[in-house]
Design a protein around this ligand. Structure first.
Ligand code: NAD
Length: 481
């Protein structure tokens, strides 16, 4: 077999030890790798590079397109950019895949039967980091959900489920509240899911879904979710499976992929040969599948399960009741190597015969073009007086072309006309002007409205255009409207 070039970073803290153990194991199993080593993390940050990665390292990553990364230490204090976020965004790693398994009775857990894979969208949602302070009292963060971004992650989840012999894909969203953003995510899940009749599909509102996941993880198989929910729930899932120290993760893009443990660099444990290399090893197992060395991945994973089952444990999972031997990082690696070719007898052995990672290609359908028409404008103003009626009286007669005043909301709730005196109002108001029959208007009319609002002595802090798409409103109603 030809050697596959990969880029390896040994990282900080326990990183070098767990990386050495991981590479020893996978190479002993027969992985064919041409390793390029790069330096990232603390040393690079402290040399004055605020990104924690040198330009030459990017060159290696561009060449190999496969990154096995040990955890790094982000120095304390401001000014250092998260290397993980930078890598994900720069390399377009849109999917974060995190298998969360319990290993009962060999690792303590309240959930003896747990075998869940969380597929988290990795690039958009609130993580675009577009935030603004708009008034003394109100700051905002923009939640962006795109059609291609959503299609990519949902297709990836279904393709993953098929290739790994999974039965069900569940979607978590909050579309009862965020009807447009999370609504798009849910809608795409239903639309794309229809192309996978062999897989069971279900949707949960994220709050009750999360509760169910924490309580009854055995009810789930593959779960796909937008970025923020995925960030939170993938940690919850890894922790309730038994230990965050045992989970690996893959960050997958169209041309690139990055594999790592989910834990950090544990500096207090560094250099003592005590760290558990399992999280990084399971990241490397995902990497081997990705580079079409699935038989090696299967061999490593099963030998690792057998080691766990034989009670050979590092300090973090060691338990007098079930463990037989407490070992260090190197000895653990040797124990796994000694079991290569064996399968676990009590834990379920893995079967990667259908898994051919690199071929999970996500082909996007062209975005359907719709007839888009401007039918109104939301003008956001700063207004210090908490009385909605005072603001309403100032603007209720403003109109531009066929757009007329419609309502005022405060934090999304309609407060004028006919608001409740009980509703608390901040200094951040949205004033909506639109055509009642959703007939098209012009931006000149919208600007005319803005001018009148400005001339009324009000401070405009931002505006949002109200469009229809094929006649359907592309904006939500005010709460209580
Ligand atoms: P951590 O995950 O490093 O450690 C948390 C706890 O888990 C510690 O008690 C540690 O001893 C234990 N632990 C973690 N991994 C272990 C392993 N493999 N074997 C045995 N015990 C293990 O989290 P932290 O202490 O919050 O962060 C330390 C540093 O790691 C910080 O600088 C943080 O920024 C960085 N970090 C990096 C990544 C990454 O590179 N992907 C992720 C998270 C944190």
């Amino acid at each position: 077999m030809a050697k596959t070039p990969i880029t390896v970073a040994y990282g900080d803290g326990i990183g070098p030890e767990i990386m050495a153990a991981t590479l020893d194991i996978i190479q002993a199993a027969g992985a064919e790798l041409a390793i390029e080593e790069i330096e990232i993390g603390e040393k690079v940050y402290l040399r004055g590079n605020s990104a924690g990665i040198d330009p030459s390292a990017w060159e290696s990553l561009r060449r190999t397109k496969v990154f096995l990364k040990a955890p790094i230490t982000t120095p304390q204090g401001g000014g250092f950019k998260s290397l993980n976020v930078t890598t994900r965004k720069m390399l377009g790693l849109f999917a974060n895949v995190r298998p969360c398994n319990s290993y009962h009775p060999f690792v303590q857990t309240k959930h003896p039967v747990m075998d869940v894979v969380i597929v988290r969208e990795n690039e958009e949602d609130l993580y675009a980091g577009i935030e603004h302070q708009q008034t003394d009292e109100v700051v905002q963060c923009l939640k962006l959900i795109s059609r291609p971004g959503t299609e990519k992650i949902i297709r990836y989840a279904f393709e993953y489920a098929r290739q790994y012999g999974r039965k069900k894909v569940t979607c978590f969203s909050k579309d009862n509240i965020m009807k447009l953003t999370d609504g798009l995510f849910h809608k795409m899940f239903d639309e794309i899911g229809a192309e996978y009749p062999d897989l069971e599909k279900e949707h949960w509102i994220v709050d009750i879904g999360a509760a169910k996941l924490a309580d009854t993880p055995e009810a789930f198989d593959v779960i796909v979710m937008p970025n923020l929910y995925g960030d939170i729930l993938s940690d919850v899932a890894a922790q309730i499976a038994g230990s965050v120290g045992l989970a690996g993760s893959a960050n997958i893009g169209a041309g690139f992929a990055m594999f790592e443990a989910i834990h950090g660099s544990a500096p207090r444990r560094a250099g003592q040969n005590v760290a558990n290399p399992s999280g990084l090893l399971l990241g490397a197992v995902q990497m081997l599948i990705h580079i079409n060395q699935a038989p090696i991945a299967e061999k490593v994973h099963n030998a690792w399960l057998k080691t766990l089952e034989d009670g050979i444990h590092t300090y973090d999972v060691f338990d007098e009741a079930v463990s037989k031997q407490k070992v260090g990082t190197k000895e653990f690696a040797q124990a796994v190597i000694a079991r290569l070719g064996q399968k676990p007898s009590k834990l379920k052995a893995v079967d990667y015969s259908k898994a051919v990672g690199k071929t999970i290609e996500v082909k996007l359908k062209p975005t359907p073009e719709s007839k888009k028409e401007l039918v109104g404008i939301d003008v956001f103003v700063s207004f210090k007086n908490r009385d909605a009626n005072k603001l309403g009286e100032q603007i209720k007669n403003i109109k531009g072309g066929n757009m007329v005043f419609n309502m005022i909301t405060n934090r999304g709730v309609k407060v004028y006309p006919d608001g409740f005196p009980e509703t608390f109002c901040t200094d951040h108001w949205r004033c909506r002007f639109k055509n009642a029959e959703l007939k098209p208007s012009s931006y000149a009319d919208a600007m005319n409205i803005m001018k009148q609002v400005h001339d009324a002595g009000l401070e405009i802090i931002k505006t949002e255009n109200l469009y229809t798409f094929n006649g359907e409103p592309g904006f939500s109603l005010g709460q209580g409207q």
